[in-house]
Design a binder for this molecule. Structure first.
Ligand code: KIV
Ligand code: ZN
Length: 516
């Protein structure tokens, strides 16, 4: 094997499936295995054949159906386990691997197994030899390796390699290790065992995430000479999970300057698809802010960041989202967004606007952003269509408060500004048949223009509970000619008041049909 080749051993279907609530049926496992093959992992650990007929069948089916990666079955150093694993992986032929494990740490030897060091070595050697009678590729894991005495671990490595193991995996079974220490342990094994240096065997690592170090420990191990990393999609696994495949792979690729020219076969464009599939099949949701595959992983919210991204993507992005299967960088519009991001989105949506018009939309956008988590394209379109008019805004809404309820007379208090800052604001209140009626009557009192509402329509123009409503009104100002007005907002009373004012302003800008 090439010196810098890192083997990616995916254990989503074995350790990942051990995650409480993640168990999957045969069809689901097969679908994931197919995707792992497209992702081009080197080894798929398909299950633990002895534990159930279902696991046996899953490993056997995957070994038969999946071409490309090696297919591994897990076994304790127990004859019936090794036989089950050997049988299950048989259809994979030369691509089959048996992964045998036995605990080596003092605490496991004394309290779990009741065995001395020499007995552990004998059992490990017997297990590896037995596995070797089935397949060429045998991996041995000294369980709880990171808490095993380093010198004993060296002895175990020598013994299992002499018995035929070509991979020795050093599990941090309980997530105890910290990166510098774990890296030093791997370096010690690498320096002490000739077979790791001459390529006869490789060191593998398998890190759990109990202290949140699974990925960091795995990467420290790679720096120290490990050449196989065991990991899972989305980091799922026993307890706090395993090292996340997507983080390991992207760290190695993105920081090649630090990790060296590492050769890893994974097709990174398949990462997101793999993550989504595993999430769907296992029922385990991916946290929004999860690195690489979380919804927010490439979404930039702050105005300063969005501005930087628009100027040069690399200012705030160290990876290209398309490299891992995302559509592209997302600049979700939120209250944190700046004018540049809003202007860019408006342009993208096809609106040709002057700076003054963008500024006017931006002010409304900020109001909406305070009320909604995200301002979607539909919201922005509704804002533009309800806001940009050819009429000058004689009257504009400054404040609106309504009280209503089943035992309350609907009342609206409205403050309007006339001709911008020039003429100042005025305020009045009115009751009505409902909150909208009350608001419109208060507007009539302030503008001294009596409108008769002929038609009223409300439609939702974006998604979710915080969707924007767009109100369209047709108002008769006393000459039997109706004037249309539009307004948008998350609050339908406010949207109605804006639509009504839009009609009033249109009416005032059109000298022909005059009101009284
Ligand atoms: O965490 C662990 O020690 C394991 C072994 C079986 C490799 O999953
Ligand atoms: Zn594990």
């Amino acid at each position: 094997m090439k010196k810098n080749r890192i083997m990616i051993f995916d254990t989503t279907l074995r350790d990942g499936e051990q995650c409480p609530g993640a168990s999957m049926n045969l069809r689901e496992k097969l679908e994931i295995a197919r995707q792992l093959a497209r992702l081009k992992v080197d080894v798929i650990e398909a299950g633990f054949p002895v534990i159930s007929a279902g696991d046996f069948e899953a490993v056997q089916t995957i070994a038969r159906e999946i071409k490309g990666p090696m297919i591994a079955g897990l076994a304790r150093c127990v004859a019936k386990d090794i036989e089950a694993a050997g049988e299950a992986i048989k259809p994979a032929g030369k691509r089959g691997r048996i992964h045998v494990f036995l605990a080596t740490s003092k605490i496991h030897r004394e309290f779990k197994l009741g065995k001395a060091q020499n007995e552990i070595i004998r059992l490990a050697v017997d297990g590896v030899k037995h596995a070797k009678s089935y397949v060429e590729s045998v991996e041995f894991s000294p369980e709880d390796g990171s808490r095993t005495e380093p010198e004993f671990l060296v002895d175990v490595c020598h013994a299992v390699i002499a018995a035929g193991a070509t991979v020795v995996n050093v599990p941090d079974t309980v997530g105890w290790a910290v990166p510098e220490e774990y890296g030093a342990l791997i370096k010690h094994l690498h320096d002490s065992v000739e077979a790791f240096r001459n390529g006869k065997a490789i060191i593998s690592v398998h890190c759990h995430n109990d202290l949140g170090f699974a990925v960091a420990n795995s990467l420290a191990a790679v720096r120290a000479g490990a050449r196989q990393v065991e990991c899972t999609i989305n980091g799922i696994g026993e307890r706090a999970g395993n090292a996340a495949l997507e983080e390991i792979v992207m760290a190695l690729k993105t920081r090649a300057d630090y990790y060296g020219d590492i050769d890893c076969n994974v097709v990174t464009k398949e990462i997101l698809k793999s993550s989504r599939l595993v999430s769907r099949m296992s029922g385990l949701l991916v946290q929004r802010s999860k690195a690489i595959v979380g919804e927010n992983a490439f979404a930039h919210s702050s105005g300063i960041h969005q501005d930087g991204i628009l100027k040069k993507r690399e200012t705030y992005e160290i990876m290209n989202p398309q490299d891992v299967g995302w559509g592209g960088t997302e600049l979700p519009l939120t209250k944190h967004s700046g004018r540049a991001a809003v202007a860019s989105r408006l342009k993208h949506l096809g609106f040709k606007m002057t700076d003054a018009e963008v500024q006017s939309i931006f002010a409304r956008f900020k109001e909406i952003g305070d009320k909604k988590k995200f301002v979607y394209d539909d919201d922005l379109t509704a804002l533009v269509e309800g806001h940009i008019t050819t009429v000058s805004e004689v009257w504009s809404l400054e404040y609106l408060n309504v009280t209503c309820g089943n035992l309350t007379v609907p009342t609206a208090t409205v403050r309007l500004r006339k001709n911008g800052a020039k003429e100042g604001a005025c305020q009045d209140a009115s009751i009505g048949d409902g909150p909208v009626d009350a608001a419109l009557k208060a507007i009539d009192r302030l503008t001294k223009i009596q409108g008769i509402l002929r038609d009223y329509a409300l439609r939702s123009v974006s998604e979710g509970q915080d969707a924007m409503g767009e109100v369209t009104v047709k108002v008769d100002f006393g000459n039997n000619e109706t004037v249309t007005g539009k307004g948008a907002g998350t609050d339908i009373v406010e949207a109605s008041a804006r639509a009504y004012l839009n009609a009033v302003n249109r009416h005032l800008s059109n000298p022909a049909p005059r009101s009284k």
